[in-house]
Design a protein around this ligand. Sequence first.
Ligand code: SF4
Length: 148
Amino acid sequence: MIKEFFRKRSIHVCVVNTGGCNGCDIEIVSCLAPRYDIEQYGIYVHNNPREADVLLITGPVTLQWAERLKEIYEKTPEPKVVVAVGACALSGGIFKEGHVVGGVHKVIPVDAKIPGCPPRPSEIIEAVLKVAPKAIAMREKKLKNKDE
Ligand code: SF4
């Protein structure tokens, strides 16, 4: 209850790399640096799906990652929003001829897509800010239903 109160206006993001080259992850790390300072918007990045509102997925989904990604998606509490980051997460990108299932949408539902190889930090922040109100509204609705 206390946790829910303090988290009311913040968004927790869990980053999952399902087999990419780390280029997209480096751009996500840049979002945390003073230049972009994503936390000023109340967005916190960590790697715990059980605490996440938003899943930021980078890389193509490799054959080894397909089941794990489904598990992570299941572990993330409702309401949740999934954002596919980068060309690989959208379609398999440069890895699409390799041992991959393809883009994230082939394994779990995707709510937003950020193209680019890799996308710029400003584009990643813009996309997260776009889905954040949806995640907050869904969470508030859930809390309201719980109170009734
Ligand atoms: S989109 Fe580009 S930078 Fe991102 S994981 Fe794929 S190859 Fe790497």
